[in-house]
Design a protein around this ligand. Structure first.
Ligand code: ADP
Ligand code: TZD
Length: 582
């Protein structure tokens, strides 16, 4: 194995050569990409060693899906594509779920997989880990490329970067056959073939007419509402968004991963009055948020419609970088196509200095509903039931996040997700990372690793006990890199709850039930981290405080009432059997 970026060929005297391994490393570094999340094996083992040798951070995982999730969320946090590196066929497939999830969530990432000999794959002659990976990846990502020649590596990486971050961000697949890595070429020609991508995510400026249309609609509103989505968080236009909200005086709702763009304690936040403002609002300004299932497709009872398919009568203004997002579910009266920063700047310029505040009647009605709900929640949080329930445990997490607003919060589960989202306030942008558009389980430890690596801040991962199981083995990774991750498992002995019964009366437990009183904390202890067992809020608080202070990998097994929680959390109605009960 050659560890040097350039070397003198033994055959052609004095010609300095480079190879495919180093051209890939150099191309990534040239574009400011210095971290790889992956899992070694043929044909990329040497690549991982060399990348580390060349000063890149190579974070090695126990399963590719977790490496892929780490890369995806690194992309969301930084706006640069996160890199996931896998071996061929099975490793590639393990990474593919994360790539598809990244694309669905508009997170920029590049899945780089080594692949087998093209000639053998294409004739289907049964190579080691044979698979036509490019064809399989294509429908699941934004773009897919294969590089066959060392001199094309620069172009391949440049195209992958641009595809991942320009326009609507997403996942890109880059296929690198084993033979490519060992190809050599003249070092100077190699260096010259690399591309430093200029302006990878160009601003997209909205048209003047589109801006005026949006302003006219907003100005005439009696009950305006702003909805911030994770596209707004991704855009890193935090100051502009805050100015827009405050200058307009309009109540706003953050979607889950948009929490913290403005602090959740902001007086214009209408989160605590969500079910009141959605059906009541007459003009809704969507910023980087799709009208998908998470927003009931912009219609139905949530929006004041008479039945589940009816339009509620409100008008929509939508800021999105993707023109085809408009009208995807309901009519968009004022589409504003462009990047969030450019669109919000244009709106602010058009609003001028004397923008009228929304009618006091509307603001008072929102405030009244909000205060009532906040008081109700405070009452619930003040209770101290034994055993703990979601509220009493999350009241502790809420305090810890308030005291540590720079900490990252990772969150997955069903009830563990829904309750955390509504109870734990966020104070800064891009701090809350969760299951996203698919509601996918398994992002937990991958996100936690990347959150720690990319931010350097303590990470709190609030996990349902089922959710944790999908990526739990990565606690070894967390210990290996000594990351300041505190995993809190809200343990109620099963999927959703731990109390289901076997309908046949047989001896197997119900499909949703786990081993009772599992000692998850011992998993962390097995690898040298800190394990804690908490049955009261006081024990949980103490363990979390210690974890944040010490920055030691910690897993707290927080024992929750096994009857607490509902089927699928807040989306019970999406279970097909719910229709039978109607
Ligand atoms: P949420 O789940 O928080 O509602 P979604 O993932 O549904 O958010 O929507 C995010 C939207 O943001 C996508 O439609 C995407 O095209 C858009 N988007 C992503 N980045 C930008 C950006 N920089 N400027 C404008 N829109 C963006
Ligand atoms: N598999 C994948 C990849 N994603 C999923 N969303 C599911 C399965 C189904 N599922 C949910 O939607 S939530 C959940 C599963 C298995 C786990 C809920 O149990 P939990 O959380 O212990 O994590 P709560 O707090 O007990 O509800």
């Amino acid at each position: 194995m050659n560890n040097k970026a350039e070397f003198v060929s033994e055959n052609a005297e004095s010609q300095v050569l480079t190879d495919g391994f180093h051209l890939v490393i150099d191309a990534l570094k040239l574009n400011g990409i210095n971290t790889i999340y992956g899992l070694p094996g043929i044909p990329i083992t040497d690549f991982t060693r060399m990348a580390q040798g060349e000063g890149m951070r190579v974070i090695s995982f126990r399963h590719e899906q977790n490496a892929g999730n780490a890369a995806a969320i690194a992309g969301f946090m930084t706006g640069k594509p996160g890199i996931c590196l896998t071996v061929s066929a099975p490793g590639f497939l393990n990474g593919l779920t994360a790539l598809a999830n990244a694309t669905t969530n508009c997170f920029p990432m590049i899945l780089i997989s080594g692949s087998s000999e093209r000639e053998i794959v294409d004739l289907q002659q049964g190579d080691y880990e044979e698979m036509d990976q490019l064809a399989i990846a294509k429908p699941l990502c934004k773009a897919a490329f294969r590089v066959l020649h060392a001199e094309d590596i620069g172009v391949g990486i440049a195209r992958a970067i641009r595809s991942a971050v320009s326009g609507r961000p997403g996942g890109v697949y880059l296929d690198l056959p084993a033979k490519l890595f060992a190809q050599t070429m003249d070092a100077v020609a190699g260096r010259n073939s690399l591309i430093k991508v200029v302006d990878p995510a160009p601003h997209q400026i909205p048209g003047a007419e589109a801006v005026q249309r949006a302003i006219d609609l907003l100005k005439g509103a009696k009950k305006p509402l702003i909805l911030l989505g994770k596209g707004a968080a991704y855009a890193q236009a935090d100051d502009l968004l805050r100015t827009l909200v405050e200058k307009s005086g309009i109540p706003y709702l953050p979607m889950s991963m948009a929490k913290g763009i403005l602090p959740d304690t902001h007086e214009q936040s209408a989160s605590a009055a969500r079910s009141f403002v959605l059906p009541e609002a007459d003009v809704v300004l969507l910023i980087g948020a799709r009208l998908n299932w998470l927003l009931s497709h912009g219609k139905g009872k949530t929006w004041g419609g008479k039945s589940s398919k009816d339009w509620g009568g409100q008008k929509f203004i939508q800021i999105d970088i993707s023109p085809t997002e408009m009208d995807s579910n309901v009519r968009i009266d004022a589409p504003l196509v462009g990047d969030v920063g450019s669109c919000v700047s244009a709106l602010l310029a058009g609003m001028g200095n004397n923008w009228p505040q929304p009618p006091a009647e509307w603001l008072n009605a929102v405030a009244e509903r909000k205060n009532k709900n906040v008081a109700k929640m405070a009452e619930t949080l003040a209770k101290d039931p034994s055993p703990m329930n979601f509220h009493s445990a999350l009241n502790v997490v809420r305090d810890i996040v308030k005291a540590n607003p720079d900490a990252m919060l990772v969150n997955e589960g069903a009830n563990a997700l829904d309750f955390t989202r509504s109870i734990v306030d966020m104070y800064k942008p891009r701090k809350r990372l969760d299951v996203g558009t698919w509601g996918v389980m398994g992002i937990g430890m991958g996100f936690a690793v990347a959150a720690a690596v990319e931010s350097g801040q303590p990470v709190i991962a609030v996990e349902g006990d089922s959710a944790f199981g999908f990526s739990g083995m990565e606690v070894e990774t967390i210990c290996r890199y000594n990351l300041p991750v505190c995993v809190v498992i809200l343990n109620n002995n099963g999927v959703y709850r731990g109390t289901d019964k076997n309908l046949s009366g047989g001896s197997d437990v119900a499909p949703t039930v786990f081993v009772k009183d599992s000692r998850y904390e011992k998993l962390m202890e097995a690898f040298g981290g800190v394990g804690a067992y908490a049955t009261t809020p006081a024990e949980l608080r103490k363990a979390m405080e210690e974890a944040i202070k010490s920055r030691k990998p910690t897993l707290i097994n927080a024992i929750i009432d096994e009857t607490a929680g509902t089927e699928s959390g807040r989306i019970t109605s999406l279970n097909p059997a719910a229709a039978l009960k109607k």
